[in-house]
Design a protein around this ligand. Structure first.
Ligand SMILES: C[S@@+](CC[C@H](N)C(=O)[O-])C[C@H]1O[C@@H](n2cnc3c(N)ncnc32)[C@H](O)[C@@H]1O
Length: 250
């Protein structure tokens, strides 16, 4: 399967995909509760939501009294986030940019990266660039919570093809294959409805506890805790999430 370089530019558009599905929106308060329980931040702490999408977590965090910056590449999702914030009269800082080019320095008490918004680049060095950017953006001893798919689960439950009905009459056909080095997965998603059939391909680098810890350490973090879900369940090969809480070394 051939994956377009910079695939994210086509993939994250409303005409194809929006991460804030009704199910994902419903899950967000539960995820935010877990995040805040683990981060133990003071009111008015500053939070960076890296790859915030339409800000389903960011806006809940603003409501709780935090100063939030949502950062994302997709202008469409940021527009949606801005409109929601306006409607709810919530104050949020939204920035459009590439996660490999973060320009912050010692600004945030904590950073989040939610719903597998990491591991998108064919070059591993780009993933490290992202983590180093987050590290630099944090204040000394700042916290970083990252939530990705758990590669140990994926390898044991690999499905070459799959399909689901995402809303009435709209189907998503999925095709997956491991990259030659087995370090990532190439994916093809085909969205089919009565009048339309559109497809996109994308790449996700696979991380498990060991490889994500190593990457975090390389970028100046100390991994502190691991979970397999936002209910706090223990990480294992049976959990499809890998959630890590890490701390900036200094
Ligand atoms: C799976 S979505 C998750 C969105 C959000 N965190 C959530 O949980 O709803 C991944 C997000 O990463 C953003 N993204 C993809 N590539 C990016 C890049 N190179 N730089 C910044 N954001 C990017 C997308 O626009 C999208 O909003």
């Amino acid at each position: 399967m051939k994956i377009k370089n910079e695939w994210h530019k086509d993939f994250f558009q409303n005409s194809f995909y929006n991460p804030a599905s009704p199910v994902a929106i419903e899950r967000a308060p539960f995820e935010v509760r877990f995040i805040l329980k683990q981060l133990k931040l003071k009111k008015n702490s500053t939070i960076l939501d890296l790859c915030c999408g339409p800000a389903r977590h960011s806006l809940l965090l603003v409501k709780k009294g935090f100063i939030v910056t949502g950062y994302d590449f997709s202008k469409e999702y940021l527009k949606e986030a801005k409109a929601k914030a306006k409607k709810l009269k919530l104050d949020i800082n939204l920035i459009c940019g590439d996660m490999r080019k973060l320009k912050f320095k010692d600004e945030f008490d904590a950073a989040l990266n939610m719903f597998t918004s990491f591991g998108y680049f064919p070059k591993f060095s780009d993933d490290i660039k992202v983590l180093k950017g987050v590290n630099k953006a944090l204040k000394p001893k700042g916290l970083f919570l990252i939530d990705v798919i758990n590669s140990d689960f994926i390898i044991n439950n690999f499905k070459k093809t799959d399909w689901l009905e995402i809303k009435k009459g709209v189907f998503l056909l999925q095709e997956h294959e491991f990259t030659k080095d087995k370090k990532g997965i190439n994916n093809r998603w085909i969205k089919v409805s009565k009048n339309q059939c559109i497809e996109n391909t994308f790449f996700t680098r696979l991380y498990n506890k060991q490889t994500l810890s190593a990457a975090l350490k390389k970028a100046g973090f100390k991994p502190l805790r691991f979970w397999g879900g936002f209910d706090g369940k223990k990480l294992s090969i049976k959990t499809n999430r890998l959630i890590v809480l890490a701390q900036k070394n200094k």
